[in-house]
Design a protein around this ligand. Structure first.
Ligand SMILES: Cc1ncc(COP(=O)(O)O)c(C=O)c1O
Length: 416
């Protein structure tokens, strides 16, 4: 099948939701992908943080084959062997108590918001002032369904779909004063991505996260962390919050959990879980035997990869910093572990760099207009990073993309 014929059919048959690159990928192995013309690409995006073990990992293939031959789906009306086992592993590494399995990031986030409302409702049944408001962060991204959109602090995702879920207020990113001002006894949850991904690889500051923990603890509100992009080893620990010494009431995860199969999860405490009863929440597909069996295998392999993620991430980040000193168009390098971003001084330059790299056989993407995003598989090696850096060095303009004054102005509003 040719790229041209697929493009023609999609144009006629699909909802026009995606502006895809004109590449038809056919297969992958390790850190490489091959397109329909046989061209090889080094994968520094891993399907937006999903293929953490790269492509065609033999242990994942073996579990997939074995489990596909035994049982793929039974629904949540019945037991199967793997949900409890997977929950056991996830609660052990997160030090939380309970799990709920679903299909995607946005579905995990919706469930987390529902848990916050349920707990608030049940703990306010004695007639106290209702605690139902949610604080979310400007510049955040939590998914495309209505609750997720309502807590996503970027107009471009929200505005076409208003009115959204009521009761959500946005706090300026990393602004502790704004958080203090907006928090009161009517708030049932503070929602934070530990590192904003779609917002341009922006880590939350320790002061902000610690304050959010302190405020929520003082009223019994929940601290909900979205680690759908930054969790499960991406930053060199099982969870990014573990770098901060802060424990949330709920964390949501998804992307790499089942090594490419759709699987999301909510992890939470016993206190929060008490509000939930049979029939209040559920899913047909979520937590099926195939995805859960694969996720157990993913977590087994992850144990031995965390150190490598940290080391490779440190090397990668340091090398990106060196490129910054050579190229005037680079504003900042941000991120942790193998979740890194390089902010340029122009969206057009960032777009051109992505296209140039694709032509040179390297897959990255651009997020938040001006940020080159790197989310390679955890198995990436120094030699691959060096290859990307050589290509970046060749395609990044040496000077600034714009006159200095204009570039300074366009930087306004991008927070660190
Ligand atoms: C931080 C974060 N939350 C939620 C989501 C939504 O996940 P999904 O696309 O699986 O619904 C994403 C997806 O990019 C994300 O990065």
């Amino acid at each position: 099948m040719s790229l041209a014929s697929v493009m023609r059919s999609e144009e006629k048959l699909l909802l026009p939701t995606y502006d895809r690159h004109k590449i038809l990928f056919e297969r992958g192995r390790g850190v490489y992908l091959w397109d329909s013309r046989g061209k090889r690409y080094l994968d520094f995006l891993s399907g937006i943080g999903v293929n953490a073990l790269g492509h065609g990992h033999p242990a994942i293939q073996a579990v997939l084959k074995r489990q596909a031959g035994r049982l793929i789906h039974v629904s949540n009306l019945f037991f199967h062997e793997y949900q409890a086992e997977l929950a056991k592993r996830l609660t052990k590494i997160s030090r939380l108590d309970r799990a709920f399995f679903c299909n995607s990031g946005t579905e995990a986030w919706e469930g987390a918001l529902k848990l916050a409302r349920i707990l608030a409702r049940t703990s306010n049944s004695n007639g106290h002032k209702p605690k139902w408001r949610i604080l979310a962060l400007e510049n955040s991204f939590h998914g495309r369904t209505f609750g997720s959109l309502a807590t996503t602090g970027q107009a471009k995702y929200r505005d076409s779909f208003a009115p959204l879920l009521p009761g959500v207020r946005f706090v300026r990113f990393n602004d502790v004063k704004d958080l203090e001002r907006k928090f009161d006894g009517s708030v049932c949850a503070i929602c934070i991505e530990t590192i904003q991904g779609e917002g341009g690889i922006q880590p939350i500051s320790p002061e902000f996260l610690q304050l959010a923990r302190k405020l929520t603890a003082s009223t019994g509100a929940l601290l909900i962390l979205d680690e759908i992009q930054c969790g499960l080893g991406r930053t060199g620990r099982y969870f990014t919050f573990q770098h901060y010494g802060v424990k949330p009431d709920i964390v949501t995860i998804a992307k790499p959990l089942a090594a490419g199969l759709p699987l999301g999860a909510i992890l939470t405490t016993s206190r929060v879980a008490r509000g939930m009863h049979p029939g209040m929440h559920g899913t047909t597909f979520g937590g099926g035997p195939l995805a859960c069996a694969v996720a157990i295998e993913f977590l087994r392999i992850l144990d031995d990869l965390l150190k490598h993620v940290s080391e490779a991430g440190d090397y990668f980040r340091q090398q990106l910093q060196e490129l910054k000193s050579k190229h005037g168009c680079v504003r900042e390098v941000r991120g942790m572990g193998l979740m890194l971003g390089m902010e340029l001084d122009s969206g057009d330059t960032a777009k051109a760099v992505v296209t140039e790299l694709l032509q040179r056989g390297i897959v990255i993407n651009r997020t938040h207009e001006t940020v080159l995003r790197f989310l390679p598989p955890y198995i990436i090696e120094e030699k691959h990073i060096a290859q990307l850096l050589r290509a970046l060095d060749a395609v990044l303009p040496a000077g600034t993309s714009k006159p200095a004054k204009q570039a300074r102005n366009s930087h306004k509003g991008v927070k660190q």
